[in-house]
Design a protein. Structure first.
Lengths: 295, 276
């Protein structure tokens, strides 16, 4: 192979930061979480082994566990599909050789710059609180808006909307993927007399499935771990209607210092995410296309 | 027909853009109103541009000045970014330009950790940093960055693959050592990637809330995110004008960087994929 192969042992020197980091900050923690999950551990006292007690407690005693799991599931099912739908739709429109695409792309992307910033959560609270901007706006057209953040029927949706608003990063990825679709395929389809919708369904969509898949996995995994918005705006309330799983985890670990129980909670979340991504990967084989396997 | 369609598209896109950007504009203008006006007026334009929100918010009552939070965020963020870049480039260089026995399995593990949910590492990491007496300092952030952030390592590997190997080979034949090759040949070519990584890591670290919440406990060490939250947790009617003003200050660095480096931003996302 290349002349640089002679240096091969030098490579370990270059990857050393990651190797050491991986061992100390990933592998060891990964295993310890699992071990701690079978203990009663309150930081100040050394952990004591309690067998499966933490897991039993989760499924029998702790009402907040099923509650937060349900809240999180709803949150994922509201925010991820909406966010991706917006991202894809806008990307498709922007891909039509629109003049000033740069400007639109910038504007749509703007909210995504700030990610999980506290400032955005604060903005959301100012907009959606009972006498906030949104309700005053609705009032001008004669609609009595609900208490978006204080009413448990609306609080979770309001929080999810902040996620959806940040569809920009997924959109940019879709745009990049759309640009990759070779023009000759469209031409060929047009010559064959295919309509717009048909072209989209049979050419565009199949060819961007890898990036759809990538976005879907990343957004789902992230949404399951969402924390800041709900924590800052509603602290999980009212009536635990926005009590996301990450808040449950935080409360147990850093408010009550039940490290053992919190470890068990995080391990369960890890298993759930494994199952969900596994399911997505498995299902993807039936709908995902790769350009190079076809040609 | 076609033209009419186009016009409709533009109108639709512009309306939607307006709705998208409006909350941010609203926040900026609110910062110049007083609290009463924020809570009652429907007009976007402030009746008069007041600087009270900025002045009072900056001083802050019963808490450190906002400049302290800003300075804290800077001392937290800058070393994190620099260490992320250094470790990322070195590790990516090791993975992409050498062949060694464990390359494939180690690389696969590295990629695997990108998908590993952070929550599963959270508690032991906290305990490790606690045992090392590093809580309430920025060392947990710096150390994690120095250990290489898999997402950025992967991004750099992708960029290394785009640089022809023949460049290194000829330098090698000229007697250059491997570090010399990296330093004087590859890094100059890698600048766009380094730039995008720096931007993303800056913004993510600047905006990070969860880790700061866990690791930092004393108020005078709070970064901007935690400082901002202090203000809305105050008792009574929150001083919304100050909160709006300080929110604007908090997001300003990200906005400036975004506009100054938009090109790298979009390229960075397009080439590597983005987690947010």
């Amino acid at each position: 192979m290349s002349s640089l192969t002679k240096h091969n042992r030098v490579a370990y020197l270059y990857i050393a930061p990651w190797l050491i980091g991986f061992f100390c900050l990933t592998l060891v923690p990964f295993v310890s979480t699992f071990v701690f999950s079978f203990t009663d551990y309150s930081v100040l006292r050394p952990p004591t082994f309690v067998g499966l007690a933490n897991y039993v407690k989760m499924f029998t005693e702790d009402d907040l566990f099923p509650k937060s799991l349900w809240v999180t599931t709803k949150y994922v099912f509201i925010s991820v599909p909406l966010k991706l739908a917006f991202a894809l739709l806008v990307a498709i429109i922007l891909n039509k050789n629109i003049k000033g695409i740069g400007l639109y792309r910038t504007i749509y992307y703007m909210p995504s710059i700030f990610g999980g910033s506290v400032a955005l959560s604060i903005l959301w609270r100012m907009l959606f609180q009972g006498d906030g901007f949104i309700n005053r706006l609705l009032a001008t057209v004669g609609i009595m808006g609900p208490d978006w953040l204080g009413d448990q029927r609306f609080s979770l949706i309001t929080i999810s909307l902040l996620q959806v608003w940040q569809f920009g990063s997924s959109m940019v990825l879709f745009l990049a993927a759309l640009k990759q679709v070779p023009e000759y395929l469209y031409e060929a389809a047009r010559i064959d007399g295919a309509g717009k919708l048909r072209i989209f369904r049979s050419i565009t969509l199949p060819l961007i499935t890898p990036i759809v898949f990538f976005n879907l996995v990343m957004q789902t995994v992230n949404a399951f771990q969402s924390f800041t918005t709900a924590f800052v705006i509603t602290s999980g309330g009212p009536l635990h209607s926005t009590y996301l799983y990450a808040i449950l985890l935080y409360d147990n670990a850093f408010k009550y210092f039940k490290m053992g129980y919190a470890s068990a909670l995080s391990w369960v979340l890890f298993m759930i995410l494994m199952v969900v991504t596994g399911f997505l990967f498995k299902s993807s084989s039936s709908w995902m296309h790769y350009m190079d396997t076809e040609s | 027909m076609k033209r009419k369609n186009n016009l409709l598209t533009y109108i639709g896109l512009s309306l939607f853009a307006f709705v998208m950007i409006y909350p941010l504009i609203w926040l900026v203008f609110s910062a110049f109103k007083d609290t009463q006006e924020i809570l009652t007026s429907d007009r976007l334009w402030p009746s008069s541009f007041r600087l009270d929100g900025f002045i009072e918010g900056w001083k802050g009552e019963g808490r450190p000045k906002f400049s302290v939070f800003i300075w804290n965020s800077i001392t937290l963020t800058l070393p994190t970014v620099i260490l992320t870049i250094i470790s990322g480039v070195l590790v990516a260089y090791g993975f992409s330009r050498f062949s060694f026995k464990l390359r494939k399995p180690l690389f696969a593990i590295m990629i695997g950790t990108i998908l590993l949910p952070n929550t599963v590492l959270l508690i032991p990491r906290y305990l490790i940093f606690r045992n090392m007496g590093m809580l309430d300092s920025y060392l947990p952030f710096w150390l994690t960055a120095a250990a290489g952030v898999p997402f950025f390592i992967f991004m750099f590997v992708q960029f290394f693959h785009g640089i022809p190997r023949s460049l290194d080979e000829s330098a090698y034949l000229d007697g250059c050592g491997s570090f010399r090759i990296l330093w004087s040949i590859l890094i100059p070519l890698l600048k766009p990637a380094i730039f995008s990584a720096a931007i993303f890591q800056f913004i993510w670290t600047w905006d990070d809330f969860f880790q700061s919440l866990i690791y930092i406990s004393s108020v005078d060490k709070y970064p901007v995110t935690l400082g901002l939250r202090l203000s809305i947790d105050a008792m009574g009617i929150p001083p919304w004008n100050q909160i709006a003003a300080m929110s604007v200050v908090a997001i300003l660095p990200s906005v400036l960087i975004f506009f100054a480096a938009q090109k790298y931003f979009v390229e960075g996302i397009a080439t590597s994929g983005l987690k947010n």
